[in-house]
Each structure stands twice: as structure tokens, then as C-alpha cells.
Design a protein around this ligand. Structure first.
Ligand code: NI
Length: 189
């Protein structure tokens, strides 16, 4: 999920971390990897820890509020998010095999996505969700959230099933965007 606030400034602290970690290229629509189903993670190893660090770095650098593994071309059920860092704090959450256990209420909020260029739209989702999963050490975790946290959790978990926020908007609006994108890509050659 992309930060939509115009007044956001990148925190220099995260730029310094570039030395230790690598920014990964973010896949863009219409890359087919964004439409595929990600697989459950069954083993936590060094390679996975490295991927988690790189995804966090990529998210902060973008900057974004969340990132799902398929967005960097990895079809594994892994998301990272931090809804606090645009206020200058840091609250990185890493969830392996996340699953929405319950959702209630309704809320409409404007969303964007690092994989969907130059577009944002209002999306209706659950106002509150409870998500279960596993942390990077393999310990079970439960996160209950509302507001922005609930939106980002639902948005990122959607990515693991090949679903993008544009799938939740009206067909007409989505069609207009996809035609505009097609034209832009054709113009670029
Ligand atoms: Ni997204």
C-alpha cells in the first residue's frame, strides 16, 4: 500500500540502513506475478530472514505502509507493514501466513498500491479485523486492528491471493484506469 499523504518526508534513518539491506524492484501491474496465489511458508531460514529485511527496506524506501512478497516477485505468504512510520515512529510488523480470522463493520478509505502506478480510489473494507499468523521467529501471533491498520492488513493479505485494491472498485472505474495504463505502457514502448 502506498502512502497517499503529500506531506510525507522520507526519514533519513532509513536511508542510512541502505548499506546493510537491499532494495528490491517492486513489480508493477500488469506483471502476472501480482495475480498469482502465494504459497504457505513452511520453513523459516536465513534466506527468509534476508527477504524480510529486504522487503522492510524496500517498503520504507518507496515509501509505503505495507508490502507483500508477491510485489517483489516472491510467491510466499509474507507481508510487512508499518502504519506508524509516517508519524516518525517505527512499528514494523512482519506476518508469515497471515489469515483474517474475523472482520466487522465497514469503512471506506482511499487506497493506492506500490504495484499500481498513478492511481488511487476509495475502497470499502471491514472497519476492524483480527489477523492470525506467525512472526519471523515462528511464534504464533494475533493482531487486532481498526482504522489504517485494518485497511493495510486487508490490502496486503489480498496480495497473497492475487487480489489488488482495484478489484474492489467499480468495473467502470477500473476499466478506465486499465485502459489509461495500457496506453501509457504502449507509449513507453
Ligand atoms: Ni498493494
Amino acid at each position: 500500500m502506498k502512502i497517499l499523504s503529500k506531506c510525507h518526508r522520507i526519514n533519513n534513518y532509513y536511508q542510512l540502513l541502505d548499506i546493510a539491506m537491499a532494495k528490491l524492484p517492486i513489480r508493477q501491474l500488469p506483471d502476472p506475478v501480482l495475480r498469482q496465489q502465494a504459497q504457505e511458508i513452511t520453513e523459516i531460514n536465513g534466506e527468509l530472514q534476508r527477504l524480510i529485511d529486504d522487503m522492510a527496506e524496500t517498503m520504507y524506501a518507496a515509501p509505503g505502509l505495507g508490502l507483500a512478497a508477491p510485489q517483489v516477485g516472491v510467491l510466499q505468504r509474507l507481508i510487512v507493514l508499518d502504519v506508524a512510520h509516517r508519524e516518525g515512529a517505527k512499528d514494523l510488523r512482519v506476518i508469515l501466513n497471515p489469515c483474517i480470522k474475523s472482520g466487522e463493520g465497514e469503512a471506506v478509505r482511499e487506497e493506492g498500491c506500490l504495484s499500481v502506478a498513478d492511481f488511487s480510489a476509495e475502497v470499502r473494507r471491514h472497519a476492524r479485523v483480527t489477523v492470525t499468523g506467525v512472526d519471523r521467529e515462528g511464534k504464533p501471533l494475533t493482531i487486532s486492528g481498526e482504522g489504517l491498520l485494518a485497511v493495510v492488513l486487508q490490502h496486503e493479505i489480498d496480495h497473497l491471493d492475487g487480489v489488488l485494491f482495484i478489484d474492489h472498485i467499480g468495473r467502470l472505474k477500473r476499466g478506465l484506469y486499465l485502459r489509461r495504463l495500457k496506453k501509457q505502457l504502449a507509449a513507453k514502448g
